[in-house]
Design a protein around this ligand. Sequence first.
Ligand code: LLP
Length: 866
Amino acid sequence: MNSLDSAPRAHAGWIVIKFGGTSVSTRPRWDTICRIARDWHAQGKRVLIVVSALSGITDKLKAVAEAAGDRVRREALQVEIHARHEAMFTELGLADRATLDYWLSRLAALAVDARAETSQLAWQAEVLALGEQLSSTLGQAYLSAQGLATRWLDAREHLLAQALPNQNAWGCYLSASVPTAPDAALAAALAKQGEVFITQGFMARNTAGETVILGRGGSDTSAAYFGALLKAEKVEIWTDVAGMFSANPRIVPAARLLSRLDYEEAQEIATTGAKVLHPRCLNPVREASVPLAVRDTNRPELAGTEIGASVAAAAPSVKAVSERRGITLISMESIGMWQQVGFLADVFERFKRHGLSIDLISSAETNVTVSLDPSENLVNSDVLSALAADLAEVCRVKVIAPCTAVTLVGRGMRSLLPRLAGVLAEFDLLRVHLVSQSSNNLNLTIVVDEAAATGLVPTLHAALIKTEALRAEDPAVFGPAWSELYAAATHNTEPPWWLTRREELLELGAQATPRYVYDLATVRERARRLRALSAPDRWFYALKANSQRDVLQVIAAQGFGLECVSPGELDIAAELVPAERLLFTPNFAAQPEYAAALARGARVTLDNLHPLQHWGETFRGHEVILRVDLGAGRGHHDKVRTGGAGSKFGLSLDQIEEFRQLARRHDVAVIGLHAHLGSGILDVGHWREVYSQLAALAQRFTRIEAINIGGGLGVPSRADEAQLDLDALDACLAEIKQAYPQFQLWMEPGRYLVAEAGVLLARVNQVKRKGEYCYAGVDTGMNSLIRPALYDAWHEIVNLSRYGEPADTLYQIVGPICESGDVLGSNRRLPECREGDLLLIAQAGAYGATMASQYNLRIPAGESVV
Ligand code: LLP
């Protein structure tokens, strides 16, 4: 026996490590969990692993819980959830399925439970809990199979929830709280049972023994509760970023890592918008004095953010700027007398009656305005109108929504005020509804209209560093910038092509507007970048993004095949590449379209049973690719997510067997699997996940040659956002490819190749002032570029005629179409615009001209190339 085994760890300390949804959704991720747990164990610690549900599963379970009275939908969702865990079971290569089957049968039973019809809260909680019960069951089996003996712990046996004063029934079951204090007896009892444990985040039981849910972000909270109960040496929250940052690094790449925070500051940052850590998880660890760390699962060498009791003895500094969107303000004007006694008591009593907790408050003699934070409240229109009706008895009510609350956090905020002048100047042109300085002296919050808040946080962060209100150079608090850690080589610093060719564009604009202009050199360069990746074997360009002929020619010349979705696209594509480089991936197409595509020799992708059920002869003797729905969608907007039961694309996983039988019956060979879950994705882990899920599914077929992981490669819309990290993408694809060398890897991007290569030029027709708004109306709108109207997409807009002049006016850039949504960009700071000025709308090369229409019988912008 070695010394570790022989001296049982009677006094060994506990380490609690928590992993979220994406960290438990693939086999490589479970290998990482295994490594981290093993490391701690090898250091003589007892380890408790807390896990979330597989990514996307909680949303599906929520949909089950919400489908009261719709048994068919509940059962359909149940089948999807079942299939997802089945696929994971296969991917993990597990053998013993008894425990998994137990939880899957619970799922099936709950889906048809009589309590569903009345949507009982206790039933909903049981449904929601299943995600973690399933993931922890898979995890226990996998870790043990890897030789790390792991015991499964039912979290509900140890976490006992207690109702808070005034908590409504919904909160008791679905947003419960667990009072915790170190419990030495429990720690000792567990110590007798083993050394490594796995348990479920997100759930507890109530005093009646029923299952209850801790609310969103509940897995972090579970880890904190267990950390407190066991008086752990440390709680580690493992996630996909190295810790908390001075701003959301997705929009501020210059944001600095916060290496060290005290509990209160961390609480403040988490509460006011940072998503990396759930605010509820700080209280339990603070009360038990357990340190908590946030770490990056992909970069375990980074120390992350350490949160503990001691306050860094550094000079006062703003630590972070954060924002919360979707804030509702309620302004209440007293209708009684001036300084009427009891007015506040009267109005607050009504909030209490509706179970609403108030966040920010500002008051005047006859008015009090408060904010409701949607993360703490169930704010929907029913609740709001009931509240407004009650309030109307005592005051005049105005609801102002949606608003954004921007918060500066730092200990000793009051002493920092003099240094904030230059920072607050950034609010110059915005309508500020409310300013609130927290009484704990930790934050200053400013509430503005949500529409006006775009771009505010990056600007404020830069101003904070410039004025040294945020002392980024203080090593006691601040670590490296996010861009240094993650995006060193990928951040785009070069001026865009259209700036270097301004004169030429002004001339083109003088000839005719509106017009799209494409820079072929940019298209070529993007195509080369992709071709330089080593993992993908074949590339297909999704020409729906831009089918301008010269653009297509450049892409085809770089060796790309073409992915088409209609006979029209096939016609153009067939003129440019040979048939074996054509993919036909239509959706709900008619039989003759498939027949024609096969006849021309294109590779056809099916995503439904119907074609083989009804037109089997069409496909006899052919090879096809099967597009599957992996159960969840991704992307920059709801409308571009193409996964999950709510999306019309892809064959549902539970129909694969039937598809295989139909294919066999008609002598159709399935030689490829395909999934495309959405568009505008910047997280490279996405394709790794799709790849590993498809490769695992491919084991169920006999002849799969190709795995097509779709397109969706995003292009950040703002200059300071990080670019897609192609090297990281290549590395993670290569890693999976090693595990499945038998398959060819295909990808089919659209946007990435063309978005930045195109601009839309439009001329100012008229300017208008109305109230506080200033409109610049140009000669085209949503008929040429529908993305802002359809997806709230953000396109940079510059006044090319006056480029470089001081941008001191805030404009709404609108078109001439008879729709209120005909806006190309709102709240853009530009030099004063005059009739005849040429405006440039950037990143319009993808899904611009191809989505244009003749609405209002206005001819959309033409196209030209430079
Ligand atoms: N493959 C399939 C099966 C697709 O449906 C699509 C896009 C792509 C590849 C290419 O996706 P990309 O790499 O361009 O993201 N109109 C929206 C995008 C819709 C994408 C439709 N399908 C937008 O403007 O954002």
